[in-house]
Design a binder for this molecule. Structure first.
Ligand SMILES: C[S@@+](CC[C@H](N)C(=O)[O-])C[C@H]1O[C@@H](n2cnc3c(N)ncnc32)[C@H](O)[C@@H]1O
Length: 230
């Protein structure tokens, strides 16, 4: 665990993280090239070139495929933790005319808790709302909620959700996502989180929250986990 924390600290937020991720993603894209839809790969390569994503290519593909699978189901889409808008763009590509609610401080990470093992800095991953709005300007029905989640959802009418993507890195934010979205997910709705097997606080939030729920937290071979709402 100490080694994992040191590894995440070294990677976090700087050029090592983005260079490492881009190199890793190039290899993953090459391996996907032989078997996946060329149009999807073109989209993912474009996002790699934009240098906005903190997800590996496999992780991007999972976001894309799950969002696509939910597009015909009743309910809105949401993402908490957009950074520069890369994963939100993947969701936008397949959401059709569904609303997508994008939540972020747009000022980077908030304060961590003792569960987060000191691997992040306040303000890390800051990107302005205007920058993200511009990046996603081609897509309709995208709604931005600036501020600390869940406070930033206070004015949003309660509605059903078919797909929710969480990428907030920290224990409190992840727990807040689960508390807010779980009761609003439709049956068969999907909650996907980044960093479940990488960041202790994210895993802790899922473990605590689902301790008394019937759903299983599915640990994917990427850093992500998935919950299928019963
Ligand atoms: C790792 S980045 C997200 C990466 C992004 N999904 C991508 O496609 O590259 C984490 C983001 O979560 C946001 N964040 C963390 N905790 C938050 C909270 N409680 N409320 C709103 N935004 C939060 C940060 O501002 C940051 O932009």
């Amino acid at each position: 665990m100490w080694l994992k924390n040191r590894f995440v600290q070294k990677l976090g937020g700087g050029w090592i993280e983005s260079f490492g991720l881009r190199t890793w993603s190039r290899l993953q894209l090459a391996s996907l090239g032989a078997r996946k839809d060329p149009e999807v790969l073109k989209l993912m390569r474009g996002i790699q070139r934009d240098k906005r994503s903190l997800l590996s290519a496999y992780e991007q593909h999972i976001v894309y495929a799950l969002a696509k699978a939910q597009a015909a189901r009743e309910g809105a889409f949401a993402e908490v933790g957009a950074y520069k808008g890369a994963s939100a763009k993947l969701i936008c590509e397949v959401k059709g005319d569904k609303p997508l609610h994008v939540f972020d401080t747009f000022e980077g990470l908030p304060e961590a808790s003792e569960h987060d093992r000191d691997v992040h800095r306040v303000g890390q991953y800051a990107c302005s709302l205007e920058n993200v709005r511009q990046y996603l300007s081609a897509y309709d029905n995208v709604h931005y909620h600036k501020g600390l989640f869940p406070d930033s959802a206070a004015d949003l009418p309660v509605q059903p959700y078919a797909f929710a993507h969480f990428d907030v890195d920290l224990y409190s934010g992840t727990l807040a996502c689960l508390e807010y979205f779980y009761p609003k997910m439709v049956h068969g709705g999907l909650m996907l989180s980044h960093d479940y097997s990488l960041l202790a606080g994210v895993e802790q939030a899922f473990t605590e929250f689902f301790a008394d729920k019937p759903e299983e937290v599915i640990d994917l071979p990427t850093t992500q986990c998935l919950v299928f709402k019963l």
